[in-house]
Design a protein around this ligand. Structure first.
Ligand code: SIN
Length: 528
């Protein structure tokens, strides 16, 4: 995952908010409405009220205290979409206060009450999936079909945790003496700080917010400043669903400052983050000062092993999906394709043909399967990986340069004769480039696959069931796709080992990250 600086403008607090101090803790002007933008493209939304250029603190839609804003633009066209608040520490502290004040009432609701509100939020997300998808394509670039797919995926976490909320069971442990009863309670951890990335502007939010809310926690989310619009729209729907103000807060702006405010606060009891390993390490370090619980979903360097005995058609389809989804900008995207000698040429030929059929363009145009990269810095990173590989002997089979559409578009690329000496073998490219590396036998494949500090996703294609088991067990990764390139789903545990992170998101296991265990020892029950 990448993080880049963005244009920030200083200015008067144009649309807002800090003049009227009706609550000294939460200084947003009362009754401030969400602001809708009136641009042409915005009129294409069925519900134009979903386009908001504000943050959410408690029940107030807010600008920043000093009026600073940051531009959100369309990576496909460069068009300015909105100016959103560029917030910092002070606003984050207000959001923490709002979340802290909302916690007692929210955590004391019954799980059925919380479940019903989450379910209503799920219904609204699905009802507005086309609008939310449209917003996402505009701000993030992914093809509309993929964006709407992400909304459904994102809503899936809300539905799942609406159900799981009702299953937060405790335990009774058989006591070692007659007059005691030993009980285990599971309680919400408290206020949570969530920091989320631009590559999945909504799914990475609901994957954190839904289990947190189901457990009884309240939360402050800092979405990426590149893609805050779908996040804010979803937060508006959460309020409409009846989730009480303060339970979900959104602050947008200065990552390091917002992060520092979340880390330093003793009211914040947990940090959850999806993003780069570099930032994840800093957050983990920052959590030490107040001993906060932390979940991290960090970078990957996914290998895809294609054995001689693989079904070529299945392998091509799987590798294509796992490499080029979101134009290669996911943490579970294949970074290295390891192909066994005996099938190397045949696979390269079939894979190259499939890649050359991918349609690059504006994600709103029909038939487009590959959108732009998020920004120019991302394109430069891809270019540097390709140049490095070619300078060390790789050959470009398909693509290999910026797309003729210019700006942030890069051609879907396949490199053959890649080797472990190349930068792309050890660093996540986060773009549409697939290097094909040759191997000889199973042992070598596993060694190459594990030769990285990362351990998020991995993929294996083989028709040999014994080998499939053996290799899946030997891979040092949190997730393995066996004859499958699409492994993400809300019902399975997503997460990594080694420097790819801590904790799991999604599935019943994802709820544990937001719960504390309390042991209650009831004694002297035989005294009368
Ligand atoms: C990620 O890239 O961080 C998540 C991808 C997914 O959920 O599939």
């Amino acid at each position: 995952m990448l993080h880049f600086a963005r244009r920030v403008s200083k200015g008067l607090p144009a649309i807002a908010l800090w003049s009227k101090f009706d609550n000294p803790q939460l200084r947003c002007k009362m009754g401030t409405e969400a602001h809708s933008d009136s641009q042409e493209w915005a009129k294409k939304l069925r519900d134009t009220g979903l386009l908001l250029s504000k943050a959410l603190i408690g029940d107030k839609w807010c600008g920043s205290i000093d009026g600073r804003t940051i531009t959100v633009s369309n990576p496909a066209t460069g068009e300015l979409l909105a100016n959103v608040p560029f917030m910092s520490r002070k606003e984050t502290e207000l959001a923490i206060t709002a979340a802290h004040e909302a916690f007692p009432a929210w955590s004391q609701k019954t799980s059925t009450e919380r479940s019903k509100l989450l379910r209503k939020w799920f219904d609204l997300l699905i009802e507005h999936k086309e609008d939310l998808g449209h917003l996402m394509t505009l701000e993030q670039g992914k093809p509309l079909k993929e964006a709407v797919g992400e909304i459904v995926y994102a809503a899936g976490f809300v539905e799942l945790y609406a159900e799981e909320a009702k299953r937060v069971y405790g335990d009774i442990i058989p006591a070692t003496t007659h007059d005691k009863r030993l009980i285990v309670l599971r309680q919400p951890i408290g206020v949570v700080g969530a920091i989320t990335p631009w590559n999945f502007p909504l799914a990475m939010i609901t994957r954190k917010v839904a289990p947190a809310l189901a457990a009884g926690c309240t939360i402050i989310v800092k979405p990426s400043e590149f893609t805050p619009l779908s996040a804010v729209a979803a937060a508006k729907l959460a309020l409409e669903a009846g989730i009480p103000p303060g339970v979900l807060n959104i602050v947008i702006g200065d990552g390091p400052q917002i992060g520092a405010a979340l880390l330093e606060s003793t009211k914040v009891r947990k940090i959850t983050f999806t993003g780069s390993t570099q930032v994840g390490k800093k957050l983990m370090e920052g959590c030490a000062a107040t001993v906060k619980k932390v979940s991290l979903e960090l970078g990957g360097n996914a290998p895809c092993i294609i054995f001689d005995d693989a079904n070529i058609e299945v392998a091509v389809r799987g590798a294509l999906a796992a490499k080029y989804r979101n134009s290669g900008q996911t943490c579970v995207c294949i970074n290295r394709i390891l192909v066994q000698d005996g099938i190397y040429e045949e696979f390269a030929e079939a894979f190259g043909q499939a890649v050359s059929r991918l349609q690059v363009g504006n994600g709103l145009d029909t038939g487009v399967t590959q959108g732009p990269l998020i920004n120019r810095a991302a394109v430069e990173k891809v270019e540097s990986h390709v140049e490095d590989a070619v300078s060390k002997g790789a050959r470009v089979l398909v693509g290999g340069k910026k797309h003729s559409l210019g700006r942030t578009f890069y051609e879907p690329t396949v490199l053959v004769d890649a080797t472990p000496s190349m930068k792309i073998f050890s660093e996540e490219v986060f773009g549409p480039v697939a290097p094909l590396i040759r191997f000889n036998d199973e042992k070598e494949a596993v060694r190459l696959a594990n030769d990285t500090e990362f351990g998020l996703a991995s993929y294996v294609f083989t028709e040999n069931i014994s080998r499939a088991w053996r290799v899946a067990e030997a891979l040092e990764y949190g997730m393995v796709g066996l004859n499958e390139g699409v492994i993400s789903t809300e019902v399975a545990p997503f997460g990594g080992v080694k420097q790819s992170g801590l904790g799991r998101e999604g599935s019943k296991y994802g709820l544990d990250e937001y719960l504390e265990m309390k042991y209650v020892c009831l004694g002297n029950i035989s005294s009368v």
